[in-house]
Ligand binder design. Sequence first.
Ligand code: PGA
Length: 255
Amino acid sequence: MRTPLLAGNWKMHKTPSEARVWFAEFLEANPALQGGRAAVEVALLPSFPLLPVAAEQLAGSGVAWGAQDVSAHGFGAYTGEVAAEQLADLGCRYVVVGHSERRAYWNESDALVAAKARRAMEAGLVPILCVGERLEEREAGRAVAFTLEQLAGSLEGVELTTGEELVIAYEPVWAIGTGKTASADDAQAMAAAIRGFLARRYGEAVAARTRILYGGSMKPANTAEILAGPDVDGGLVGGASLEVASFSAMVEAAG
Ligand code: PGA
């Protein structure tokens, strides 16, 4: 049984003071999340300086939190980097690795993404590993082949034994922040292809338990439809997670 996960990727938005207000309003608007009664798991992924605020306000609330990136290195002389253990100590459950913005703007390779996923898991974090094709691959009919190849590279050396150690987010690059969403059928087809890959690589049991999210211009109006796909186990939400009202509406639609 896979509990759907709705994760809000705030990207580089909001100050710690704004986050404080947001978390309080969000908890008030979603009492069902408390006490584990909700049918959907919710996580918020703000930028690093907001994590202590999340730890303070979300502890015991039923809402998880996590980061948007992590260093591939352990503690050491790596100025500007953030170690997985530092995130774990702040109570993070999740960390995004391989977001397409990091792949595109910071040239993150599949090998680096895999190293980050391994480091995160060593520290007890659950990586949310992002993959997805660009418009050129989709138009060339190579969306599935490209995404599975990227996934294989991004899972190099990553051992999965329960299926609960890692979450995969399928985020077609052309749908991120553009207002264009993959159709529910396309999202389901890709999620099924990813699950098939996981079954071949790690066995049926791991594949059956691994959560596969969709991301890319998800909003309240398309949440239920996208999540109806049997292999789509939740969403990674950017823009629509910034407002309490829209993210709460998505939590409601996903539950
Ligand atoms: P979006 O972003 O929902 O704003 O398209 C999704 C993401 O980049 O994770």
